[in-house]
Design a binder for this molecule. Structure first.
Ligand code: ADP
Ligand code: MG
Length: 316
């Protein structure tokens, strides 16, 4: 086995921890996390330096449900606290699962979780036009009432009902990026930017202040990959490859794609906003910010994707 000293930022998709149709109890989340690490551990063995990022959609959904159920009984939690809580809780879950696995494989590597704050522009266009659905579904009357009473923005989410929408501003800077880089450069595995990190802006006094918004985890991962000088961004989700004409009879999977070619496919509308779109956008931005390579594949194929035998690669 050839040892590498390459640094990879590995972004875990929702299915790494919660699976569709499987109750998202903590026991199940631990079980899935342990399974998902199967493809990551060989990378550590090969000498890859790793930053692990992850989504938090279902977990924040559950946090919001708890807030709803305990309204008037326990203090309300702003969205930023929910994100920070899930960065901590999910970070703990991934960290401990990885530590146990590494110990069994006789690999002596530290794993740490960092709660990330990520700077956004307080005038980001998404703040005036929120589009990211969060939390439960409501009837139109409930949605109208909550919009009035709670100041929520609400929108219809397909045929399933009405939901709260929040801004998803573009991440500009990860506050702890240089500390994360120092840790990774000395061989520590770092879990960071969970759920995209807590969005904050810089106020008129130069202080950080939270915003009621969420950051897309793929965008935050690409930013952190550029900031830490990673060689490789690995986006792991529930499909083995990115496709053109996804879900159509003429669907074709992509192997290795150059930057200009990928931009053209994106412009042709092959990658929808709520799913593959942010991954492709993140991939493009990482390469444009000096990154060498991005691979998008499934959790199961993580190792093969990195070694070149699976996934869709974006190169310069
Ligand atoms: P994650 O939690 O990993 O971010 P998402 O559901 O947001 O997962 O994105 C992955 C999904 O994107 C896949 O399950 C697939 O259904 C969908 N998808 C949309 N367009 C494409 C495409 N062009 N190629 C492959 N998958 C696509
Ligand atoms: Mg997603």
């Amino acid at each position: 086995m050839t040892r590498s000293t390459r640094t990879a930022v590995v972004a875990l998709g929702g299915n790494a921890i919660t699976r569709k149709g499987v109750p998202d109890t903590i026991a199940n989340q631990f079980k899935h996390t342990r399974q998902s690490l199967a493809g990551i551990v060989p990378l550590v063995k090969d000498g890859y330096r790793l930053v692990i990022t992850h989504g938090n959609g279902p977990q924040v959904g559950n946090a919001l449900l708890r807030i709803e159920l305990s309204r008037d009984k326990a203090p309300l939690l702003p969205l930023g606290i929910c994100v920070a809580d899930t960065e901590g809780g999910m970070g703990y879950m991934i960290e401990q699962s990885l530590q146990n696995r590494l110990r069994r494989e006789n690999i002596d590597t530290d794993v740490v979780t960092i709660i990330s704050q990520v700077i956004v522009d307080k005038n980001d266009p998404s703040i005036a036009n929120p589009t990211k659905f969060i939390g439960q579904f409501y009837t139109r009357d409930e949605a109208r009432r909550f919009a009035k009473e709670r100041g929520w923005s609400v929108k219809k989410d397909g045929d399933r009902g009405w939901r709260r929408v929040v801004p998803s501003p573009k991440p500009l800077k990860t506050i702890n990026a240089s500390a994360i880089k120092s840790l990774v450069d000395t061989g520590t595995i770092v879990i960071a930017s969970g759920g995209g990190g807590v969005p904050v802006y810089i106020d008129d006094n130069g202080d950080y202040e939270g915003v009621d918004a969420v950051i897309d985890k793929d965008r935050a991962s690409a930013l952190l990959a550029a900031e830490t000088g990673a060689d490789l961004l690995v986006i792991l989700t529930d499909v083995d490859k990115v496709a053109l004409n996804f879900g159509e009879l003429n669907q074709t999977c992509l192997d290795t794609v150059k930057l200009d070619e990928m931009k053209a496919y994106a412009a042709e509308g092959h990658f929808p906003a709520g799913s593959m779109g942010p991954k492709i956008e993140a991939a493009i931005s990482f390469i444009e910010n000096g990154g060498r390579e991005v691979v998008i594949s499934s959790i199961e194929k993580a190792y093969e994707a990195v070694t070149g035998d699976a996934g869709t690669r974006l190169t310069r």
